[in-house]
Design a protein around this ligand. Structure first.
Ligand code: NAD
Ligand code: MG
Length: 393
């Protein structure tokens, strides 16, 4: 029996995780679930899955949550605040932690789970983008198992040889990691109209149903950029080892190309319950509730290379990956501010990449290694990006 904490339970990945867990009451029990603002949804989830703890990130919501829990007859204990997020991620009873908070807010609780040696189901790519070396070192020291939930990284993980050693791509006969991406909703849109893209258009992904931030990141392909950095850290790859391939149908979730000419791919319907079930049950396989791929009904699979003029954020991310930890932390921070400003109607779609690029240009190169320094670079980049947003708005 695994005892699971779900960080970010009210989100898209959190809900899919609860769905998979519900299918296997004999295998998984929920220890804690956490959320940010949606108190009622979180309490209902707690009631349904009989979570021992419910955690709200915001301290100020404690009284309201207690009151609602009494009304809804929720028996879970209510906790609030950032320390509580870290506590439920690292509690001794917990075996597995789903890290599904969006953005930098997920860094500290995810790191707490890593340091405590848990099985960490990593959906929160921003945490790894920010803290790369520190995160991987902490996992090595504690013995934490990091299982990638991002569908591409989960696919790559499945396509690597069983005896794959971190960073040993050449020794495993690997020529390339082929990181696939759909190209989002604007793959064929006329470039001249990009500044007119509305929030509604950007929030509609052709294949996946996800939270709003990652959906906008998919439209700009910053998501693929973050995933590029994520793949380097997860597998000990360099940027030369990874090629981004556009694959609009999202049937192949990524591939590994070997020296002998073989390419191993993982396929499936675009449903995050597949990688979630894989992470929960690894090395076994369990039912995820996902419909099997129907090859008779499948349309043609197509592939192409991404164009940086259309997806400037992808280029920024690959350059940042080569520049190092300060650059990737700053880019992630600027992007969170820019995307939030776009969603709030303060800046346009094409401003997102502009804000990201100018933020990186305005800050002097530094090298960072400690958590303190990473958080400082995150803060500095947010300040610069906010200033740029104010300039535009
Ligand atoms: P979402 O917006 O649907 O959910 C985010 C969750 O984080 C919610 O539970 C929310 O309450 C919580 N949260 C938000 N801000 C918080 C804060 N300041 N403090 C504490 N909690 C906070 O997002 P999602 O689509 O589920 O994505 C979650 C993570 O998984 C992201 O990092 C995303 O990149 C990654 N991911 C998502 C998908 C997907 O299909 N949705 C696929 C791959 C990777
Ligand atoms: Mg992905």
């Amino acid at each position: 029996m695994q005892t699971v904490t779900i960080l970010g339970a009210t989100g898209s990945i959190g809900c899919s995780t609860l769905d998979v867990i519900n299918r296997h009451p004999d295998k998984y029990r929920v220890f804690a679930i956490t959320g940010n603002q949606q108190i009622e949804k979180l309490l209902q989830q707690a009631k349904d899955c009989a979570a021992r703890y419910v955690v709200l990130a915001d301290d100020n919501l404690y009284d309201k949550a207690r009151e609602m829990a009494a009304q809804m007859q929720v028996e879970s204990e209510i906790l609030c605040g950032h320390k509580a997020l870290e506590e439920v991620a690292s509690a001794p009873e917990v075996t597995s932690v789903m890290a599904a908070i969006v953005g930098a807010a997920g860094l500290l609780p995810t790191l707490a789970a890593v340091k405590a040696g848990k099985r960490v189901l990593l959906a929160n790519k921003e945490a790894l983008v920010m803290s790369g070396a520190l995160f991987i070192d902490a996992a090595r020291q504690s013995g934490a198992e990091i299982l990638p939930i991002d569908s591409e990284h989960n696919a790559i993980f499945q396509c690597l040889p069983d005896n794959f050693e971190y960073g040993e791509l050449a020794a495993s006969g690997i020529k390339q990691i082929l990181l696939t991406g759909s190209g989002g909703p604007f793959r064929e849109r006329t470039l001249a109209t990009f500044s007119d893209i509305s929030v509604e258009e950007a929030c509609h992904h052709p294949n996946w149903s996800m939270g709003r931030k990652i959906t906008v990141d998919s439209a700009t392909m910053m998501n693929k950029g973050l995933e590029f950095i994520e793949a380097c850290w997860l597998f000990g790859a360099t940027s030369d080892d990874i090629t981004v391939v556009l694959h609009p149908q999202s049937v192949i979730h990524s591939m590994v190309q070997y020296n002998d000419g073989s390419v191993i791919a993982q396929l499936g319907n675009p449903d995050m319950r597949t990688p979630i079930a894989y992470g929960l049950a690894w090395p076994e396989r369990i039912d995820a509730g996902v419909a099997p791929l129907d090859f008779a009904k499948m349309a043609d699979l197509s592939f192409s290379s991404p164009c940086y003029e259309r997806y400037p954020n992808l280029k920024l991310a690959i350059d940042a990956c080569n520049a190092g930890q300060a650059a990737t932390t700053r880019l992630n921070a600027a992007n969170e501010i820019a995307v939030a400003a776009f969603l709030d109607g303060e800046v346009g779609f094409t401003d997102i990449a502009r804000i990201n690029e100018e933020t990186l240009n305005k800050l002097e190169p530094v090298s960072v290694s400690s958590l303190q320094q990473i958080l400082e670079e995150d803060r500095k980049a947010r300040d610069v990006a906010r200033e740029l947003v104010r300039g535009i708005a």
